[in-house]
Design a protein around this ligand. Sequence first.
Ligand code: ATP
Ligand code: MG
Length: 394
Amino acid sequence: MYRAFLIKYAEIGLKGKNRSYFEDCLVEQVRHSLRMAGGGFHVRKEPGRIFVLCPEGFDYEDTVSAISRVFGVAEYCPVEVVNSTEWDDILAACTAYVEEHIPDRNTTFKVFCKRGDKNYPKESPEICADIGEHLLKQFPELKVNVTEPKLRFTVEVRGHVYIYTDSYPGPGGMPVGCNGRAMLLLSGGIDSPVAGYMIAKRGVSIDATYFHAPPYTSERALQKVVDLAKIISRYTGPIRLNIVNFTDIQMSIYERCPHDQLTIIMRRYMMRIAERIALENDCLALVTGESIGQVASQTMQSLNTTNAVCTLPVYRPLIAFDKEEIVAISKRIGTYETSILPYEDCCTIYVAKHPVTKPIVKAMEKSEKLLADIIDEMTQKAIGEREIMRILPE
Ligand code: ATP
Ligand code: MG
C-alpha cells in the first residue's frame, strides 16, 4: 500500500511572483476534497510539488477519487516515502518498492532522479546510475531501456525521499477560489451543471440561482436541482444556492405579453434577478448553459436580447459545444443520470408553439412595458423571499 501521493501542477507553475498564492489555493482545495475521503491526511507544499501523506488505514480508491476531482491537479502519483536520506536506506527502500509494487519484473526500466535538495552529496546522474545498478543486482529479471522504458522508476530527493513509478492525469484547470466568484443560472437540465463545472475548472467559485414556479413545478423538480448542485459541488466546493419563486412573474408575462416572446422575456427577467443577487454576493459574472442555436432562445439574436439586460458579463462556457459533447461531459462528471429525470422545468410549462427566433431588443422592451406597473414590486418580492441553501458535497 502506498503511503503518500505526489501532486504535480502545470499551469500554476508558470505564475511568476503570484505562484505561491495559487499553490496555497491548490493546497486548500486538496484538503477540502480529502475531507470527503475521511480525515487525518497531511497536505504539504514543497517547491513545485504538493505531497499528501495518508493516515494509517486510509481508503486508496476514495483518496484517488478525491484528488482526481481537484482542479489544478495536472498529474498525481502514488509514492512511497523514505523518512531518511541515508544512502543505504534509500537503496533498501528501492528494493522494497520493487518487491511490493512490481510483481512482474520481466520488464524494462530507467531510473529518473529529481534532486530538490541541492546539497545532497550525490548528483542526479550518479544517483540514477547507482540505483539502476543496485536494482539490476537485486532483480536479475529487470532490464534497462533508456529510450523506451516500461517503468519510469523515479526517485525525488528532498527533505524526505519519494519513490514512484506511476503517474495519472488529473482534471487540469486552476484551483477553485483563485479566480473570483460567479453566479450560475442552474436549471435541472443537462447543460447548466456542465457549464458550472467548466467555469469552476478555471478556478472560479460558484453561487447558483434556480427559478421555480410552484405549484406548476414540483418539489421533486427542485430536489433534482439540489441534487445536481450537490454533484457539482464535489468539484466546485460549497455552493450557495438561491431558490427564487418565479410563479407570479411568469404568470404575468403569460397574461400580458405576446406568447411568441414568452421564453425570451422570461429569460430576461431571470437574468436581471440573477444579476441583482450576484451583485449582492460579490459575483463578477453570470454563467449559463447556453449554446448557439440549440433552441429558439439561444440563437445569436436571442442571446443578444438576454445579454442586453445585464451589466455583468455573461459567460457561456458551452457556447460552441454540440449537445453530444455536452452530454459526454455530463456523463463523465456524473450529472447526466440526474439531469434526464423527467421533472418539469418552469420554462417548459408555457412554451409557445412558434417562439420568435430573431427577437430584437426594442420589441422586447415594448412588450415589457406591459408589465411596468407591477414588475418592480414582483421582482423585489421574488428576491426578498428567496430561499438560500448551502450545498455541500455528499
Ligand atoms: P439546461 O440544460 O441548462 O436547462 P437548456 O438546454 O434546457 O439548458 P434553456 O432551458 O433554454 O436551455 O436554458 C438556457 C439557460 O438558462 C440554462 O442553461 C440555464 O443557465 C438558464 N436557465 C433556464 N431555466 C432556468 C431555471 N429554471 N433556473 C435557473 N436558470 C435557468
Ligand atoms: Mg432547461
